[in-house]
Each structure stands twice: as C-alpha cells, then as structure tokens.
Design a protein around this ligand. Structure first.
Ligand code: MSP
Length: 507
C-alpha cells in the first residue's frame, strides 16, 4: 500500500465551469479512485483560484464585491463536481484564512532566505492569462494566447530571484527524468530553463484583491504566486499541526499544457527557495478542442465558441454522468489534444456503452431470468474467460498506473468483448437448463463483476448499479482490487435483476 496525492489546477472563478475544466477534474478523480481501489492512502485536492485582476474585473462587471462574486462562482464549481460524481477529499478556496496563513509563511521563508528584492517592473501584461510578456514574446504587442492587446504596466514590485535557480532546476530535471510527463512536455519545460531564466515580479500595488505581503503592506501577491501554494495549504502548511511530511513531495499535479511553465519552472524553484523539496510529478494533458479551437472562456466571450452549450451539466443531462466521464477518459490520450464533439460522445455512447457493456449486462440478466430461475449460478474455475479476465486486469492496472485512462478502459473493454464473444459462441439462450448452461452464465456474471470493479474509477455510478443488479452486497471498490480481482468470487444463488436498459441507444 502506498500514498497518492493528486491535484488539479485550481480554477479561476471569473466564469462558470465548462467541459475543459471537467476534463481535468474527471481525469484526476478517476486516478484518485483507481488508487483508492488498489488500497493506496489517497488525497485528491481541487478548488478555486479566487484572486487576481481577472476575478476582480468579473466581480466589477457583475456589480458585486469580489468576495460575493467568488462565493457564488466557487459554489458553481462544487455543484458541477457533485453532478459529475467527483469525490475530492479537499476543496480549497484561495480566499480562505488557511491559505493566507500558508502563503504568508511560505513567502516569508523565501524572503528570509534572500530570494526577494524590490525593483521597478516595466512590461506588458495579459489579464486573461494573468501573465507577463515581453515585446519579443508577444504577438506584436498582442497576447499570443488570447490575441488581445497587452496592457503596459509600470510598478514598483517585489521580485523573485528565479534566475538563481537555473542550475538547480536543470539538475532536478536530470535527476528526476519523470518529473514532467509526457516527455515532449518535459523537453519543452527543460528547454525553457536552458534558454535562461529572468527574475519575476510577484507583487502588485495596483490591485488590492490578493494576499497581503507580510513585510510590505502596500503590496498584494501576484495571483499565480499565491495560487501555486494551494498544493501545500491543503496539507496544513502554515498551521501548527501539518501533514506536509506525510504527503510531500510525493505529489502528482495534473495540469493543462498552457500552465507548464508555472508548474514545471516557477513552482519547483519556489519550493527550493522556501527550503522544501519540489513536487515529484507534473502530468501535463492537452486541450480539448472544438473544431480545432481551444474552448477557453475568453474566446467564448469573443463569440468564437458557444461555451454555454457545453457546460458539463448540459452533457450529463443528455448522456448521463457515467457516459460523459467515460467519453472524457476514453476518447483522448492523456497528454495529447482531443477533439470534443457531440457526434463523438454519441458514438462512444452507442458503441462502447449501449452495444457492448449495456447489452452484455442485459442479455446475461435475461438468460438468468428465463433459464436459471433468476438466481446467478457459480462461475467455473477453468472458464475460457478466466485468461481474458486476468489479462484485462493486468493491462487495466498497468495503464491506470502510467496515467493512461484511455488504455485502461480499452483493456477493460477487451474483457467485455471477450464475454460477448463467448456468449455468441455458446448461445446460452438456445441451451437447455442444466450444468453447462449454468457454467456459462456463472462465468459471464463473474466477468461482469470484474468489469464493474475495473471500470468503477471511470464510471462509479453505473458500476454500482451493475453490482446491485448482480445481487452483490456493498459496491465495487469496497475491497481492493487485490481481493476483488480474483477469478471465481461471484457468489451463486443471488437474485439477478434485469432492470431498465443501462444505456438506451441514442439517435
Ligand atoms: N487558476 C489557474 C491555475 C492555477 S493552479 C495553481 C488557471 N485556471 S483556469 O480556470 O484557467 O483553468 C485552467 C485549467 O483548466 C487548465 O490547466 C486545464 O487543466 C483546464 N482546461 C481549461 N480549458 C481546457 C480545455 N479546452 N481542454 C482541457 N483542459 C482545459 O489556469
């Protein structure tokens, strides 16, 4: 049994959650659920990033105070995660007192260690990115990500001596080849460091919506600088009794590709400067695209993408929670960009869920009802499905462990395919009641039991329902996969229920 600490980025509350946020959160949730299933002591953290210019502007636009605005929008994220069956262990808000304590302690440590100095910052700023650009790194004065004109800024700021960490960061990358994955993203971050690091401005006097700088009360910390520290706040950093030694540095940060520099360069350097180990893993995923475009809130505001059409709850209303989760996990290789489309989700739904999984459960329950008196028979120990089940378990496990949910689900679905093929070849619906028929049905029930354990990190609700229909007690995941993954554990004599179709076909 190990330990597994997984985090999502904390989401800006300038707007409501969309399916891009859901993509990261569902992936992290499934990963956390997998690790609970293998018996790891697991902590899954998500939350909202509530400071900064962008959020202050959104509040002003809506005529409410930043605190009111963040309270209401942060709640929308929680509601969405509830609707998506996200089981986080902690939800952090950066306006909480615990976060202020943590940020102030962390940054005071950096200050005391001599890595902060005051200077005048002159440069260009993109409020949408909450990031600084030089003229050279901009697109002729426009933000290279959002296309908007950058704002010129001149302010007396506190600076972080990022440049002092160039060599230490390069050494850290060399010693920890799997610090940033996949490798292409690692190379990108590494090249950025190799290219030379500049010190960064980390405080602001022009806004007040932020964490105050303890040693200079005219300043608040720049939003990114406060945000990254959330990963430690959740471990009680800054409190008298913290859990930092329990969970840190063995953390897994799952992030989108646009924020690698913050997580792969700044954050490890900040940890080093504060006297802490850098995080162990940064897993970078690609973007979900619609017609080749990233679905960002800013672009939606410009009218390029109708984001309201793809709020996660619109999709769960249409397809159900499990189908949306399955689609997000199965359709895109984590690390690559993926295309999000209504046709895509409909196709996965009809093929993988309705035709394969749903149909398997329905036809088995139906034969048990008509030919076995409604009670599930015992599986056979020398079943031809046993090898398929063992292979599926092995491959599913290996894939979850390397952060490859699409491959894990593919492996699990191979057992569904093998079971459907076994039923096709034995045709139990044509067999006379008796030992042979019971063996086939017991084997199919056992395969379904194992599928519902293996698929439960991705589709917790439907797997619980399948478990119940098989007449089993508790739910998949009550026992670790070490225990529940053995072939032959389906207990005979339980009432098997047919029920409504799990995934009625969609046009
Ligand atoms: N607040 C910062 C993160 C601070 S972490 C210390 C931030 N917030 S955000 O609201 O803009 O969310 C960014 C994250 O949302 C991305 O890194 C990614 O995980 C997710 N996604 C946003 N749009 C996405 C897609 N189109 N596709 C996939 N993920 C997307 O940045």
């Amino acid at each position: 049994m190990g330990r597994f600490y997984i985090t999502t980025p904390i989401y800006y509350v300038n707007d409501v959650p969309h399916v891009g946020h859901a993509y990261t959160t569902v992936n992290a949730d499934a990963m956390a659920r997998w690790h609970r299933l293998i018996g790891d002591d697991t902590k899954f953290l998500t939350g909202t990033d509530e400071h900064g210019q962008k959020v202050a502007d959104a509040a002003a636009r809506h005529g409410v105070s930043p605190q009111q605005w963040t309270d209401q929008t942060s709640a929308r994220f929680r509601e969405t995660w509830d609707a998506l069956s996200i089981r986080y262990d902690d939800f952090i808000r950066t306006t909480e007192p615990r976060h202020y304590r943590s940020v102030q302690k962390f940054l005071t440590a950096i200050y005391d260690n001599g890595y902060m100095y005051k200077d005048v910052y002159r440069g260009l700023y993109c409020v949408s990115c909450e990031d600084y650009y030089t003229l050279e790194s901009s697109d002729e004065g426009r933000c290279p990500v959002h296309g908007r004109m950058l704002t010129e800024m001149e302010e007396e700021n506190w600076f972080f001596r990022l440049s002092a960490f160039e060599d230490r960061l390069l050494a850290y990358y060399a010693d920890h080849p799997d610090f940033v994955t996949p490798e292409t993203k690692r190379n990108e971050a590494y090249a950025f460091i190799k290219g030379g690091l500049h010190d960064i401005s980390i405080t602001r006097t022009s806004i007040s919506w932020g964490v105050p700088v303890p040693w200079d009360d005219r300043h608040v910390f720049y939003v990114w600088y406060d945000a990254l520290i959330n990963y430690l706040t959740a471990l009680g950093y800054g409190d008298e009794h913290d859990e930092v030694a329990t969970w840190w540095p063995a953390s897994h940060h799952l992030i989108g590709k646009e924020i690698i520099r913050f997580h792969g360069v700044w954050w490890p350097a900040m940890c080093m400067a504060a006297g802490l180990e850098p995080p162990a893993h940064v897993h970078v995923h690609g973007w979900l695209l619609i017609g080749g475009q990233k679905l960002s809130k800013t672009m939606a505001a410009d009218g390029a993408v109708r984001l309201t059409d793809i709020a996660p709850t619109v999709l769960t209303d249409e397809f159900g929670v499990d189908a949306l989760r399955y689609y997000l996990l199965r359709d895109t290789v984590l690390g690559n960009d993926g295309e999000f489309s209504h046709e895509g989700i409909t196709q996965r739904y009809n093929t993988d869920l309705a035709n394969n999984l749903g149909n398997l459960v329905a036809r088995v329950a139906s034969v048990v009802a008509t030919k076995c008196g409604g009670l599930g028979p015992a599986p056979t120990l020398d079943s031809p499905l046993r090898v398929s089940a063992q292979e599926a378990l092995r491959d599913t496990r290996e894939a979850w462990e390397r952060f490859a949910p699409h491959a894990a689900l593919e492996a699990t679905w191979r057992l569904i395919g093998a079971t459907n093929a076994y039923l096709e070849s034995t045709s139990p619906w044509k067999m006379e009641p008796g030992v042979a028929l019971e063996g086939v049905m017991g084997d199919a029930l056992e395969a379904i039991r194992l599928v519902s354990v293996m698929a439960s990190p991705a589709m917790p609700d439907v797997c619980r329902e399948i478990w119940r229909r098989l007449g089993l007690d508790g739910q998949p995941g009550d026992e670790t996969i070490e225990v529940s993954g053995h072939w032959g554990l389906y207990p005979p004599g339980r009432p098997v229920e047919k029920g409504e179709p799990l995934f009625p076909r969609r046009a």
